[in-house]
Design a protein around this ligand. Structure first.
Ligand SMILES: *Cc1c(COP(=O)(O)O)cnc(C)c1O
Length: 374
């Protein structure tokens, strides 16, 4: 079936895809014609260990052969083990599992309301938290919200890293401050430790949306570890199960106790196959891999800084943004034609989010292709 036929029966919520991929292999993708591409998009920072990584592959296979679904009316081992692993990584937390990043943020919004009795939220301009009504309400990109207003009220948007603006936005009705440690869709802007510390001082719950930055992407398991602040709530999703759908809200023990049976739920949440894959991912993201993520991220950023059209190179670990003096879309298209899969993050920012397992040679290959393309 041609891509055109495929697209015509899908609602046009995405631009028409230019390539049909049929196979993934580590840091490479293969299209229907057998052409290999170096994948520096990883399905939007999702395939964190690379395509068909043996650890989550074996874990998911084994679980597929045992048990697929029970609902949360019953317990399964994978969901309990995964919750324990994440609680240990966080340093004391309880988990709620769902199926996507936007769902994890919906859970955080409800949790904060129930815990504080307040409906006000401070979020960031240019932020992205998802497409469902609550998550969209706190997304700081007016063009994504406009056609769907009115959404939740009581949301105040602050410029990233503007400490005075943050303090000025605070008031008695604010129960939640929701931040991405690195704004993944909004231009790959990393928050300063000082700004995050100021957010922590406010009398509200602090949530980090680590849907894109979590699970090693920035060179530490959670990006907040580099900011010297412990949040009350963390949301995870993209990289957690290497491509199987999963989302997670972690509630720190310090903020525990707001949800009771009946307050929230998800039929598919905690799916045993997705959780089995996620356990394998968490076990693979060890200190050695995290050190490699930091080193390869630095190598990538250093190489990018010398390329034509580059105004600024940003990000942490292997979540990298390149601000250009030209639109990023045509660069992404040209890179794809040259065998490199990349992303944008806003109109003039090229975003690179390769699998965390890339090596130096892959980084250098990507730089060579980008140099030619630019
Ligand atoms: C992708 C993303 C979301 C939304 O996740 P979905 O799985 O697409 O619902 C939310 N927050 C951040 C920071 C993201 O990058």
């Amino acid at each position: 079936m041609s891509p055109t036929t495929l697209q015509s029966t899908l609602l046009p919520t995405y631009p028409t895809p230019r390539v049909v991929f049929v196979e993934g292999d580590g840091v490479h993708l293969v299209d229907a014609d057998g052409t290999r591409y170096l994948d520096f998009a990883a399905g939007i920072a999702v395939v964190s260990l690379g395509h068909r990584h043996p650890a989550p592959l074996a874990a998911a296979h084994a679980q597929l052969d045992k048990l697929w679904h029970t609902s949360n009316l019953f317990a399964t081992d994978p969901v309990r083990v995964l919750a324990t692993i994440l609680a240990e990584r966080f340093g004391g937390a309880q988990a709620f599992f769902c199926n996507s990043g936007t769902e994890a943020n919906e859970a955080a919004l409800k949790y904060a309301r129930k815990a504080t009795g307040k409906r006000g939220v401070i979020a960031l301009e240019q932020s992205f938290h998802g497409r469902t009504a609550g998550a969209l309400s706190v997304t700081g990109q007016p063009s994504k919200r406009a056609a769907f207003e009115p959404l939740l009220d009581g949301v105040r948007f602050v410029v990233p890293n503007d400490v005075e603006g943050l303090r000025a936005a605070m008031s008695d009705d604010i129960g939640l401050v929701l931040l991405e440690p690195v704004l993944g869709e909004g231009g790959v802007i990393a928050l300063d430790a000082g700004f995050v510390a100021a957010a922590r001082e406010l009398d509200a719950l602090l949530a980090f949306d680590e849907v894109q930055t979590g699970v090693g992407r920035t060179g530490t398991f959670f990006a907040f570890e580099q900011l010297g602040v412990t949040p009350d709530l963390v949301t995870l999703a993209k990289g957690l199960a290497n491509g199987l759908p999963i989302g997670c809200l972690l509630v720190a023990d310090a903020a525990a106790g707001a949800f009771e049976p009946g307050d929230h739920g998800s039929t598919f949440g905690g799916n045993p196959v997705a959780c089995a894959a996620a356990i394998a991912v968490c076990e693979t993201v060890d200190d050695e891999l995290l050190a490699a993520v930091r080193a390869n991220g630095e190598r990538l950023r250093a190489g990018l800084a010398g390329l034509p059209h580059v105004v600024d190179v940003r990000g942490r670990g292997l979540l990298v943004g390149v601000e250009l003096d030209v639109p990023a879309g045509p660069i992404v298209d040209a890179a794809l034609d040259a065998g490199l899969v990349t992303l944008t993050s806003g109109a003039n920012v090229l975003r690179l989010a390769p699998p965390l397992v890339v090596g130096e040679t892959h980084v250098d290959q990507a730089l060579t292709i980008l140099r030619e393309v630019m």
